[in-house]
Design a protein around this ligand. Structure first.
Ligand code: NAD
Ligand code: UGA
Length: 460
């Protein structure tokens, strides 16, 4: 049995950073090195001031502080880390392709392939290579082909070990996972990785499958989760039309143990770096096997999600007497969910873009997202010039500044602190009538109405 002493992880992002921090915390005898090409990101991981870590996750700073310098290291020296490792996790980004065949649907695997080529080029001893990134089913085949053609006599075993953590709860998810999934062909390699997790995960929660089941299970898990959100969001529109209340419906169905209560919160639409990308990838794979009905079925999850974001923006415009031109709309929240500074695919971006096309003035407050990031998100869409984005959008560091003289306020992220604001004060400084559009069903309708707000919430 191979005893793992040194682990390297390529990619110090939202997955690589927290995952390796927890592996290092729970395995003080294993040296864990996380490498990345992005020097600024590595510098931030090494910052003495734990509040400057490149990603915000509750509880992460304490774990990094505990393990960093002891058996957890962050570095840009990718080659050295590859040479020294017994086990290499690949945790780089796998975004949707933006060019060529499969544009807009397939996963772009160029970063994965670069990692494989670099491992093949510099490795001088046998390695277990672990796919941590989310990958299309059968990617391990391509990795194996690249690694096995190095010609320098090194043996590689490939494992699939997808990550199921959710942002905002990454530390808790890693410390107490529902399951750890390991797919592979070589029993010894599987056992070596299982032992790393066994330092804190009960053995019965470490499950093993063949490579292809493991790769596919990750895409399917995200597709099922996103499908639940789209399902309840579809019902939210029906609730608005019929006088039913979507929270009441969610509660009533969620008490059926076969359905279960989780992931039934209607919202302005799911965001995040993965749901959309992974479903598009699933759709692309199904199409590539000519499974049209399967592809169309899953594509509806995305179509409904886009509809939900548009519907929310249109509701704002309709309520504001069919024009938002020159009107000030305060956005509370920009992150795709609470307790993260991640904004990838956040519904806020698309709702803002829609309103900006109508020449609204948007003022954003988010407790964790920087103004640079907000402008980058809007510029990336390419809908209008960066100058116009800066003309129409203001980012503030203080919530009461955002709502001052605003015609309307929209809740885009469910940050807890929004609930505790002085809503009486907000009512006083907003224009009258004071409209609140709650895309997260976060606030209390009867309280806000008692203060005189006109309150709209998804699904009511
Ligand atoms: P990320 O963009 O935050 O991080 C990826 C990092 O990899 C970047 O810092 C990038 O600089 C680095 N990188 C890319 N190519 C490199 C190379 N050749 N050498 C060294 N570094 C390189 O991405 P992420 O959110 O951590 O996601 C990584 C993977 O994990 C994706 O496949 C994603 O689908 C999957 N995943 C993400 C989450 C999540 O919550 N974000 C959860 C589960 C799975
Ligand atoms: C999701 C999965 O939950 C993770 O298991 C998976 O590892 C990860 O994707 C990934 O592969 O990247 P994440 O996107 O970080 O995690 O966060 P979620 O909690 O799943 O939320 C995703 C989006 O759905 C958010 O915008 C959230 O606000 C929204 N959502 C979630 C709802 O609108 N309603 C819900 O009931 C649940």
């Amino acid at each position: 049995m191979k005893n793992i002493k040194k682990i390297t992880c390529i990619g110090a992002g939202y997955v690589g950073g927290p995952t390796m921090a927890v592996i290092a915390q729970k395995n003080p005898d294993i040296t864990v090195t996380v490498v990345d090409l992005n020097e600024a990101r590595i510098d931030a991981w090494n910052d003495e001031d734990a509040s400057k870590l490149p990603i915000y996750e509750p509880g992460l700073d304490a774990i990094v502080t505990e393990a960093r310098g002891r058996n957890l290291f962050f570095s840009t020296d990718v080659e050295r880390a590859i040479v020294e490792a017994d086990m290499i996790f690949i945790s780089v980004n796998t975004p949707t392709k933006t060019y060529g065949k499969g544009k807009g649907q397939a996963a772009d695997l160029k970063f994965i392939e670069l990692c494989a080529r670099q491992i093949a080029a510099v490795a001088t001893s046998d390695k277990i290579v672990v796919e941590k990134s989310t990958l299309p089913v059968r990617t391990a085949e391509a990795l194996k082909s690249i690694l096995d053609h190095t010609g320098n006599g090194v043996n590689f075993h490939i494992l699939s070990n997808p990550e199921f953590l959710a942002e905002g709860t990454a530390v808790a998810d890693l410390q107490n996972p529902d399951r750890v999934l390991i797919g592979g062909e070589d029993a010894e390699a599987i056992e070596a990785l299982a032992q790393v997790y066994e330092a804190w995960v009960p053995r019965e929660r470490i499950i093993t499958t063949n490579l292809w089941s493991s790769e596919l299970s990750k895409l399917v898990a995200n597709a099922f989760l996103a499908q639940r959100v789209s399902s309840i969001n579809a019902i939210s529109e029906l609730c608005e039309a019929t006088g039913a209340n979507v929270d009441e419906v969610a509660r009533a169905i969620g008490l059926d143990s076969r359905i279960g209560p989780k992931f039934l919160k209607a919202s302005v639409g799911f965001g995040g770096s993965c749901f959309q990308k992974d479903i598009l990838n699933l759709v692309y794979i199904a199409r590539s096997y000519n499974l049209k009905a399967v592809a169309d079925y899953w594509e509806q999850v995305i179509i409904l999600n886009d509809h939900q974001k548009t519907r929310f923006a249109e509701q704002i415009i309709k309520t504001l007497y069919n024009t938002v031109n020159g009107k000030k709309i305060a956005f509370l929240g920009w992150a795709f969910k609470k307790d993260t500074n991640d904004t990838r695919e956040s519904a806020a971006i698309y709702v803002a873009d829609y309103l900006l096309e109508e020449e609204a003035n948007i003022v954003v407050y988010d407790p964790k997202v920087s103004s640079d990031q907000i402008y980058r998100d809007l510029d990336y869409l390419g809908t209008r010039s960066p100058a116009d984005n800066r003309r129409l959008v203001t980012v503030v560091n203080e919530p009461y500044e955002a709502v001052d003289e605003a015609h309307a306020l929209a809740v885009l992220t469910e940050w807890d602190e929004f609930k505790a604001y002085d809503w009486q004060r907000i009512k006083e400084v907003m224009k009258k009538p004071s409209f609140v559009f709650d895309g997260r069903k976060l606030l209390n309708r009867s309280f806000l109405e008692s203060l005189g707000f006109v309150y709209y919430a998804i699904g009511e």
